[in-house]
Design a protein around this ligand. Structure first.
Ligand code: MG
Length: 195
């Protein structure tokens, strides 16, 4: 069995959120088209998307950040198994502590959904001139657009935050946003307008 199929099964069994199939396809197509050399990923989980992104081209270098130690260590092992550890660097830490002046061609944001706008502000100076942000889970399992289906108060608050972020993003003067509601769990590609 291919490593990725194995990871898909492990993720399902352990309730680890990994990117949906057409979402990951959209992301890897974007990478093949835009040819980023450096990628920053917020939210490694078990390394599934980092491995997929790294496989797009041998010249790609990835920094990926994960706070959860158990998942992060699994990611490190998975990346090692794939012999990608010389190009994919897992940083087991809080995103807020990852301070760098390194520039990235693509910043993939898939960590705490309520923090998306803050992450964006935090890392916008780390984008190269033609760099883009990519966001995942902007529909949050369809719940953002169907609040009546939400059971818990916590999820309702989270979905409201995601919806506010989406609205802000679509109307922001400084950013171009290509929001694909029907791809995966809602994916957006965002570039900075004025520099
Ligand atoms: Mg995700």
């Amino acid at each position: 069995m291919d490593k990725l199929e194995q990871l898909e099964i492990t993720a399902k069994e352990n309730n680890v959120p990994i990117m949906m199939k057409d979402g990951i396809e959209f992301l890897t197509d974007l990478i093949i088209e835009r040819k980023p050399k450096s990628i920053l990923e917020l939210g490694t989980a078990i390394g599934y998307s980092a491995i997929q992104m790294a496989r797009c081209d041998q010249s790609i270098e990835i920094d990926t950040i994960e706070l959860d130690e158990v998942r992060g260590k699994q990611a490190i092992q998975n990346i090692l198994d794939e012999k990608l550890d010389h190009r994919v660097h897992v940083h087991l830490m809080n995103i807020d502590d990852f301070i760098t002046d390194k520039k990235y061609d693509l910043i993939f944001i898939d960590a705490a959904k309520a923090q998306y706008r803050r992450y964006m502000e935090m890392f916008k100076d780390n984008l190269t001139d033609n760099g883009v942000f990519v966001f995942d889970n902007l529909c949050f399992h369809g719940l953002v657009d169907n609040p009546a289906l939400i059971q818990s108060r916590q999820t309702r608050q989270l979905c409201r935050k995601i919806r506010d972020f989406r609205e802000w993003l679509l109307n922001a003067d400084d950013y171009n946003c290509d929001f694909r509601k029907n791809i995966g769990d809602g994916v957006a590609v965002v570039s900075v307008k004025t520099r």
